[in-house]
Design a protein around this ligand. Structure first.
Ligand code: SIN
Ligand code: CO
Length: 388
């Protein structure tokens, strides 16, 4: 993808301009980001998803039994029949994992790394509905899919920003509005992290939110050091073979700190392990229970492919690849696999092709490492046979 091509999705900005001037910095309103946009899912279908056991959903009712009532799904069939005329929102997470036509919309976001995208959430709101003024720790693209929504943006927040006293919802106690727009189907608003915002449905309204994944500094440190620790033998310890005589045996001297810093730097600076950990972390599935492997032996797997079977990525799987020294590594749903440099084009194909079959795999099926990789991905569940 050429970073200097103007994109309708970004209101005519190029990916380079958007990243330089807006991404993680300031909001961008794009009128008709997707012209004549029609939601591939109806409000009824969205409500139907919220009944499913494996789907994460919630209802926010502004004037329920108490202000800003939160109810968590899965919901019973009749849950929506008793709702008031107005002022409520149904939010359904990761609809991209359940509705292929919704997943296809993520193709519009190819100007950003796929592994940064977390999920596509869809909300349906009755007139007046919204989740109240709040901020998110992540970037979000809010695509208006049906009806109209008024978006107000406000101050930059942080974890010290005062919140209403509410156990489940993080609603800001103060909202200092700076701008306001009414979005119609096809319009999109990009918001950087930490910016206060408040969306209110003008009529029956559906909004798609493409949310992003970014580990907190605390997560990076705790998870990476846990990962590193697995590779370090017990005998590798704080060592002071260079110790000098001490004038006070109770004092911890500066040189102890230097030894600790050297120990930390030696391991924290291991780029191979850092990349491996990061790739695994960023490809961890949101719902690991939906990444189920197939118990199949290698000959049976190959015979099925040769017979014309088609492989597709599991919609709940996450894939990415990177270079590690001379080698390549494929990250698949939280696991990593070191591969030889010759497999680069296969990795790209696995991550991006709509489907894999004898025709586009071609010569790869003659390569033992490639065959084994495909088989392992099927056994792990990141790839699966398409239903005929
Ligand atoms: C919504 O779609 O109602 C909420 C999205 C958001 O504010 O992050
Ligand atoms: Co938000």
């Amino acid at each position: 993808m050429n970073p200097d091509t103007p994109l309708q999705m970004l209101g005519g900005l190029t990916a380079r301009e958007f990243l330089r001037d807006y991404w993680q910095k300031k909001p961008l309103l794009v009128r008709q980001a997707i012209p004549d946009f029609e939601s591939p899912i109806s409000p009824d279908e969205l409500a139907g998803l919220a009944l499913e056991e494996e789907v994460e959903s919630r209802l926010v009712i502004e004037h329920g039994e108490r202000p800003w009532e939160l109810r968590r799904g899965p919901f019973a069939e009749d849950a929506f029949a008793t709702l008031p005329e107005r002022d409520w929102t149904l939010l359904v997470q990761a609809v991209d994992q359940f509705v292929p036509e919704v997943a296809e919309l993520l193709e519009h976001f190819k100007f950003l790394p796929k592994w940064r995208i977390d999920d596509l959430m869809i909300s349906f709101a009755a007139p007046g509905g919204g989740v109240g003024p709040h901020f998110d720790n992540y970037d979000v693209f809010l695509l208006q899919a049906h009806g109209k929504r008024r978006w107000q943006i406000g101050q930059r927040c942080d974890s010290d920003s005062p919140l209403l006293d509410h156990a489940d919802l993080k609603i800001l106690a103060e909202f200092e509005q700076t701008e306001e727009w009414v979005l119609e189907p096809g319009d999109m608003l990009y918001l950087p992290p930490l910016l206060a915002h408040c969306g209110t449905a003008e009529d029956d309204c559906m909004t798609y939110s493409v949310g992003f994944r970014a580990p907190s500094a605390a997560e990076v440190l705790t998870h990476f050091t846990d990962f590193l620790g697995q590779f370090l033998p017990d005998e590798e310890r704080y060592s002071d073979a260079d110790a000098e005589p001490t004038s006070d045996p109770h004092q911890i001297q500066r040189d102890a700190l230097d030894r600790l810093k050297a120990l930390l730097n030696e391991h924290m600076g291991d780029e191979r392990l850092l990349m491996t950990w990061f790739g695994q972390f960023m490809t961890e599935p949101r719902y690991p229970e939906l990444v189920n492997g197939l118990d199949i032996d290698e000959p049976a797997f190959l015979a099925a492919l040769q017979d014309g079977a088609i492989l597709v990525r599991n919609p709940s799987a996450r894939l990415a690849w990177s270079e590690v020294g001379e080698d390549l590594v494929l990250f698949a749903s939280g696991q990593s696999r070191l591969l030889s440099a010759g497999l680069r084009e296969l990795l790209k194909l696995i991550c991006s092709a709509d489907s894999l079959h004898v025709d586009n795999l071609g010569q790869w099926l003659a390569d033992a490492e490639a065959r084994n990789l495909l088989w392992e991905l099927v056994k792990q569940g990141s790839l699966g046979f398409a239903d005929e």
